[in-house]
Design a protein around this ligand. Structure first.
Ligand code: C2E
Ligand code: MG
Ligand code: MG
Length: 567
């Protein structure tokens, strides 16, 4: 007995684990050095101190319950994670084991063994924080946002006020990243995050979902117009000029606003605001859109169109229609523009406006474009009686990375068509693609003898000099200018100026969207060489194109150009 006692004493005083003997009133008889050190005392100071006074109030009840179980002999010992209070007032997370000493008949005496697990706990807290906060801005991330939004929705279910969700996406953020680098991009995000935080009220949650997407949840808001008011403040804050690495910029955002509805989940509220934001982007960026239920339907339509498009390309549901381009002096057809359509099994004939953009977003525009180029070449090969050109529209995404040159060369070789018979219509932004791959794609096509035509000219904001670095053969005036013909103040002047500009640059000019004889007359007076529009002919399927009669010119000299002259 003595020996055992001695052994226990030694273990008790030298153990690295904190140990204390506690009596039936919960007062410490004796504590070892480790126990005292964990709480910031020396062992002598511990005698007579109540365990209850050392335990965090929130954990005290649980502790008392377990102690009772121990006293009643129901438990031989218990273990728990408990917060103790350090001498400094700080909280120490511990793992405690409380063991009864002696048998159930004797008065309760316990051995309390305590390990400091604060470090482990801190690491866990940090992980939790990482899981809930965006590391760049320190703002709540998606999971914490959804959690808080769900709470807000529950709290406001029966209140007079409501909850609103703002979904913000920076415009052209990729440009900042690509031109100034990721560090500059990060700094911009941090700066804008702070602006948003400062623009809203303390109850609101500003979160970053990743990339350049931010979501703000407005709690306790009176209604839609109050939310719109706050959104206007946020937008204004974002748009103040910002200097990053010596570059001044004026950031803009596209924003969607959605209001909570009864029984709505946090996911739905955020998704509605996201749908509204996408619609603001499509409407031209730097604006706000309000969610309405029609947006959900159109998103569903977009989604199913995307799925169906993948098969449509292989199933031959895409068809190409051909619209004549005429010589303005003779009204004879000298070329056709190839325009894609989708013969949808349920929805009928879909026009490019219904699916081209979805195609671009879903990376389907490259296979679609290759199909249209092949079809156009087959059309030329199938009609030896026609010796004009066919003009095919290409998307920016087909140029450069997707190797448009190879696609065109293959199509020409497969059908035995001469490159001079093909023209490619490219928009201003396509011509402006500054990448090495894009430039060499365009240069290679031009040197093969394929015409590059600037489509929808006048709608972009690019400097003429940068567009003309590419070997451009022709220029098409955007239809919105044709609509303004007859307006002497500007419409006629723009038309005249661009017609003579294209002439002066050695390009052929095409005016599109000519619907009336009056427009035709004016356009001819202004000097347009070529014209296109419903007045001359609608786009029709290949089998409906008629080549008989005097309508078709045998390739006028107009479209015969020396490719070297453009460069
Ligand atoms: P775009 O290249 O500017 O084509 C001219 C559009 O104007 C065509 O619409 C044509 O049907 C329409 N149009 C022609 N004459 C008139 C007229 O007198 N009045 C009116 N109101 N409209 C006229 P469509 O076929 O709906 O094509 C729209 C756009 O879709 C095209 O604009 C082009 O940018 C794009 N697109 C068409 N086919 C393709 C394609 O194969 N690939 C790609 N990437 N885009 C295509
Ligand atoms: Mg076109
Ligand atoms: Mg056009």
């Amino acid at each position: 007995m003595r020996h055992d006692d001695e052994l226990f004493r030694q273990t008790f005083s030298s153990s690295p684990i904190g140990m204390a003997l506690v009596d039936e009133r919960g007062l410490i008889d004796e504590a070892n050095a480790s126990f005292a050190a964990i709480l910031g005392y020396v062992p002598e100071e511990m005698a007579g101190v109540s365990m209850g006074a050392l335990t965090h109030p929130d954990d005290a009840d649980r502790d008392a319950d377990l102690r009772e179980g121990l006293a009643a002999g129901e438990l031989p010992y218990f273990q728990l994670q408990a917060r103790l209070v350090h001498r400094s007032g700080d909280i120490v997370w511990t793992r405690s084991t409380v063991t009864r000493i002696g048998d159930a008949t004797a008065p309760l005496r316990c051995l309390v063994q305590v390990e400091d697990v604060s470090e482990v706990r801190k690491a866990k807290d940090l992980l939790e924080r990482r899981a809930q906060f965006d590391h760049l801005t320190g703002m709540p991330n998606r999971s914490l946002l959804l959690e808080r939004t769900q709470h807000a929705l529950t709290r406001h279910a029966h209140a007079d006020s409501t909850v609103a969700c703002l979904f913000l996406d920076l415009d052209h953020f990729k440009l900042v990243n690509d031109s100034l680098g990721h560090h500059a991009g990060d700094r911009m995000l941090v700066a804008l995050a702070r602006r948003m935080r400062d623009a809203v009220r303390p109850v609101d949650t500003v979160s970053r979902l990743g990339g350049d997407e931010f979501v703000i949840v407005l709690e306790n808001i009176a209604g839609q117009s109050a939310a719109e008011g706050l959104l206007a403040v946020v937008m204004a804050a974002i748009q103040a000029p910002l200097t990053i690495d010596g570059h001044q910029m004026v950031p803009t955002v596209s924003a969607g606003l959605a209001m909570a509805e009864p029984d709505m989940t946090a996911e739905t509220l955020v998704r509605n605001a996201d749908l509204a934001m996408s619609s603001a982007k499509r409407a031209g960026r730097n604006r706000v859109a309000l969610f309405h239920s029609g947006m959900r339907d159109s998103a569903i339509v977009r989604l199913s169109i995307e799925t169906e498009l993948r098969t449509a390309i292989h199933e031959g549901e895409l068809v190409v229609h051909y619209q004549p381009v005429v010589d303005m002096r003779t009204r004879q057809t000298v070329a056709f523009e190839a325009l894609v359509r989708w013969q949808h099994p349920h929805r009928g004939l879909l026009l490019p406006q219904d699916f081209i953009e979805i195609c671009e977003d879903a990376n389907l525009v490259v296979p679609l474009g290759a199909y249209v180029i092949h079809e156009a070449c087959r059309f030329i090969a199938a009609h030896p009686e026609f010796d004009g050109k066919v003009l095919v529209n290409v998307s920016t995404r087909q140029i450069g990375g997707a190797d448009l040159t190879r696609v065109v060369r293959t199509a020409l070789e497969d059908t035995g068509v001469d490159p001079s018979r093909l023209g490619l219509e490219i928009t201003e932004s396509g011509m402006l693609l500054a990448t090495q791959a894009a430039n060499s794609d365009l240069a290679a096509l031009a040197s093969m003898g394929v015409d590059l035509i600037l489509d929808d000219f006048g709608t972009g904001y690019s400097a003429l000099s940068s567009i003309l670095q590419n070997p451009v053969a022709g220029l098409k005036l955007a239809r919105e200018f044709t609509l303004r013909l007859g307006d002497r103040a500007t419409g006629d002047r723009i038309s005249t100026a661009i017609a003579s500009l294209s002439d002066g640059l050695g390009m052929y000019g095409i005016i599109e969207g000519v619907e009336t004889e009056a427009q035709f007359r004016r356009a001819r007076e202004h000097g347009w060489a070529l014209g296109q529009g419903f007045l001359f002919g609608h786009p029709v399927p290949a089998q409906d194109v008629s080549f008989d009669g005097p309508g078709i010119a045998h390739l006028g000299s107009l479209l015969h150009r020396d490719p070297a002259a453009a460069s």
